[in-house]
Design a protein around this ligand. Structure first.
Ligand code: HEM
Ligand SMILES: CC(C)=CCC/C(C)=C/CC/C(C)=C/COP(=O)(O)OP(=O)(O)O
Length: 320
């Protein structure tokens, strides 16, 4: 079981720093994760536009992505407002602006609420009601369901995978105005992709997470059991990733060239997940952290490459 946090365990941040307000906002808005969220939403919009036989490159794309970006940043700020105390207990997050007290609670909360609600309203107005509602529900499930559950049950990551997977479907509905199977296929791809991604992260930072009382599979008390469970779940989803990533081919939105690329990329992702198996035999070695780090790196390379190949081989006319 994960150990619970106590106030005397507050950590010194990993790096002593004196960031500017600009740098603090970048951390508050989780710039790297949010950028990837916007890329996935952009892919959904692009494919949806081609399905409609219109060029994806028009003002609507930029407007939709701005709206989605604003809500994503807002929900990241709200997530950090809620987690400012547990963030202070983890080396990875102790220097976050709200945890470290450089951005006040009210400041983060007002910014987060304003961005989340105004961004969703803007999306409803500029795209369609479905997209605005879906985006708001994504933010609510991330902030109000997944975030509190992190300290309650290891199921939190399964639940968090829903808001994580919705952005490409949101991109699709922004272009098409309705939920359709290709949009659902994009959701499924993102959903499955996340498991090896966060299992690797959970393993890398398991001491941090356990110290803060955050319940991820890798933080379970029996290290060998935790390692085995982490790897089995990661392998299950990495294997599933290959057929799920081929779904767009059978739906006719991409061609066979994408099918070949998706299979090769999927095998690469699976290879790094199989390599991650070694944590079962050497759970305490520094090497085990490296296998996890490599899997995390591959996960964030695999996803944009998969989406790029899907977009390059998408069926439909590209009118600039
Ligand atoms: C339940 C689902 C997820 C969890 C628990 C999770 C957790 C995390 C955590 C804790 C990190 C920080 C790792 C570090 O600082 O070393 C991270 C990094 C990252 N995540 Fe996720 N994530 C999830 C889903 C997603 C989704 C849906 C996306 C985007 C589509 C995403 C994109 C990224 C990116 C781009 C990074 C940066 C990696 C790097 O710094 O090299 N994640 N994730
Ligand atoms: C369109 C829209 C509103 C999208 C928002 C969805 C979103 C930001 C999903 C991110 C995926 C996710 C559950 C990350 C969890 O990291 P964490 O928050 O547990 O990571 P941490 O430990 O670094 O805080």
């Amino acid at each position: 079981m994960a150990t619970s946090a106590t106030s005397d365990q507050v950590l010194a941040p990993a790096k002593a720093a004196n960031p500017t307000l600009f740098a603090d906002y970048a951390t508050l808005f989780k710039l790297r994760v949010s950028t990837m969220v916007i890329i996935t939403a952009g892919a959904g919009f692009y494919l949806g536009s081609l399905r409609s036989g219109i060029s994806p490159f028009h003002a609507g794309l930029v407007q939709a992505l701005i709206g989605i970006a604003v809500v994503t940043c807002g929900s990241s700020a709200l997530n950090q407002a809620l987690e400012r105390k547990t963030d202070l207990l983890m080396r990875r997050t102790a220097d976050r602006p709200m945890a470290a007290g450089r951005i006040g609670f009210a400041h983060g909360l007002i910014l987060g609420f304003a961005a989340t609600f105004l961004g969703s309203l803007y999306l409803a107005y500029i795209t369609n009601l479905l997209t605005g509602t879906l985006t708001l529900l994504t933010a609510i499930s991330y902030v109000a369901i997944y975030t509190p559950l992190k300290r309650v049950t290891t199921v939190n990551t399964f639940i968090g995978a829903f808001p994580g997977a919705l952005p490409p479907l949101i991109g699709w509905t922004a272009a098409r105005g309705m939920i359709e199977w290709p949009g659902v296929a994009l959701f499924a791809i993102l959903f499955v992709w996340q498991f090896p991604h966060f299992m690797a992260i959970g393993w890398m930072y398991r001491e941090d997470y356990a110290r803060a009382g955050i319940r991820l599979t890798p933080t379970l008390a029996n290290t060998r059991y935790a390692a085995r469970s982490t790897v089995i779940q990661s392998l299950f989803y990495a294997i599933l990733m290959i057929p799920v990533s081929l779904w767009p081919v059978s739906l006719g939105i991409t061609g066979y060239v994408y099918g070949v690329a998706a299979t090769l990329l999927g095998l690469g992702y699976l290879w790094y997940t199989i390599r991650f198996w070694r944590i079962v035999h050497e759970p305490d070695a520094t090497a085990s952290r490296q296998y996890a780090r490599d899997l995390l790196r591959i996960s964030v390379i695999y996803l944009p490459l998969l989406l790029a190949s899907m977009m390059l081989d998408a069926k439909g006319r590209l009118l600039f």
